[in-house]
Design a protein around this ligand. Structure first.
Ligand code: FE2
Ligand code: FE2
Length: 229
């Protein structure tokens, strides 16, 4: 399987107070995650993907409500953000097949969801530009973390187990695909979210949107009633 090409070195240089707040906040959370998980990349992926799937849905909700009130077009933002939330949830559904969270981690997930959802909702209302910049920086870190996870697999510290079935279906991977193939497509997804969110922040700041890394192919998820028809 050929690895999706992505530019690993993309970084938005913080400009102005909003960017600096977003960048510092991301670095504090990065340090916290590094301290908490160390090299346990499977657990890290499960816990952090429960958080990563929140901003897209918050952004979609707030833009949806704003478009209803203002009776204006959303320029494709709502669908883009909902797709991001779904894609992050599929990352979670994939990694839960690889690593099972401990009871302590499950408790952390519940607590963090309360705090992070409310925090991000408030931030988005106060400054959607800062909120998208935060996600852009989160995704820069996600690309770095999945690159570390790949090294962990390549150097034999994490077993390169067969890819979970759900991942093979969602990304349309070959039947002999492995965890390494999954991490490569997940990392490419994160690079796509990184560029989309920095692009949205740039658009709100009146800056050029910049290049967007292509999103790897995935299938559209359909409800059971549709599958049965
Ligand atoms: Fe993710
Ligand atoms: Fe992400």
């Amino acid at each position: 399987m050929t690895a999706p090409f992505i530019d690993l070195g993309v970084h938005h240089n913080p400009r102005g107070l909003s960017d600096r707040i977003a960048f510092s906040f991301t670095k504090v959370l990065r340090w916290t995650a590094d301290t908490f998980f160390a090299e346990r990349y499977g657990h890290r992926a499960v816990v952090l993907e429960t958080v990563a799937a929140v901003p897209g849905m918050v952004g979609a909700t707030i833009n949806h409500l704003a478009c209803l009130r203002r009776m204006c077009d959303d320029k494709g933002w709502i669908k883009t953000l909902m797709d991001e939330a779904e894609n992050e949830r599929m990352h979670l559904m994939t990694f839960i097949e690889v690593s099972q969270p401990t009871w302590f981690e499950r408790a952390v997930i519940i607590g963090v969801q309360w705090v992070f959802y409310l925090f991000f909702f408030a931030l988005y209302l106060i400054s959607s530009k800062t909120a998208h910049r935060v996600v852009g920086y989160f995704e820069e870190e996600a690309v770095i973390s999945y690159t570390h996870y790949l090294a962990e697999i390549d150097e034999g510290r994490s077993p390169n187990v067969p890819a979970p079935e759900i991942a093979k279906t969602y990304w349309d991977l070959p039947s002999d695909a492995t965890l390494r193939d999954v991490v490569l497509v997940v990392r490419a997804d994160e690079a796509h979210h990184r560029d989309v969110n920095h692009g949205f922040a740039n658009e709100l700041a009146g800056l050029p949107v910049g290049e967007i890394a292509e999103c790897p192919h995935h299938v559209t998820l359909e409800p059971n009633w549709k599958k049965a028809a």
